[in-house]
Design a protein around this ligand. Structure first.
Ligand code: HEM
Length: 128
């Protein structure tokens, strides 16, 4: 479905952008302070959220479904870690740790999306 593809496109843009900004910050690059670089993630993340909500509505999935709830909570944690990494943390070490933790949470959200499981690292047991 095109809406899922659009959602995944925003997901990939968001992840790639976050990864690149992290490298930029850790290397002290000037481009990370550019207005466009600071605004673009908000546009991408808004697209991500809008497509996510549109998917829930069109596919009639409750936001309280366990794997959806896991994604929503993980997204809030990801945003929090991103703010810590790029705004609050002052030392390179702290920035790197928050950035890495956010990337792990991102990978978790991806795995949850692919497996529809809150614990994607546990293999599904076939029933019947
Ligand atoms: C918290 C807000 C989010 C909600 C409510 C949401 C909801 C959804 C829904 C309903 C689908 C379609 C599932 C299906 O095919 O049955 C989907 C697909 C997907 N989502 Fe999200 N999503 C959210 C955020 C994210 C984030 C942050 C990521 C990645 C880090 C992500 C990655 C994916 C991927 C990769 C798919 C496609 C899975 C497939 O291959 O079928 N989503 N999402």
């Amino acid at each position: 479905m095109w809406l899922i593809q659009l959602h995944v496109l925003f997901v990939l843009l968001s992840g790639f952008g976050f990864f690149m900004r992290g490298i930029g910050h850790l290397r002290g690059e000037a481009w990370v302070q550019k207005k466009l670089v600071r605004i673009l993630p908000h546009i991408v993340d808004t697209g991500l959220l809008v497509t996510a909500i549109a998917l829930l509505v069109t596919m009639e999935i409750s936001p309280l479904t366990d794997w959806v709830l896991a994604k929503i909570i993980a997204l809030l944690v990801y945003i929090f870690l991103g703010v810590m990494a790029f705004r609050v943390a002052k030392t390179i070490k702290a920035k790197a740790l928050f950035w890495l933790a956010a990337l792990i949470v991102f990978a978790y959200m991806f795995a949850v999306a692919k497996t529809y499981s809150v614990f994607p690292w546990i293999p599904a047991v076939a029933v019947g």
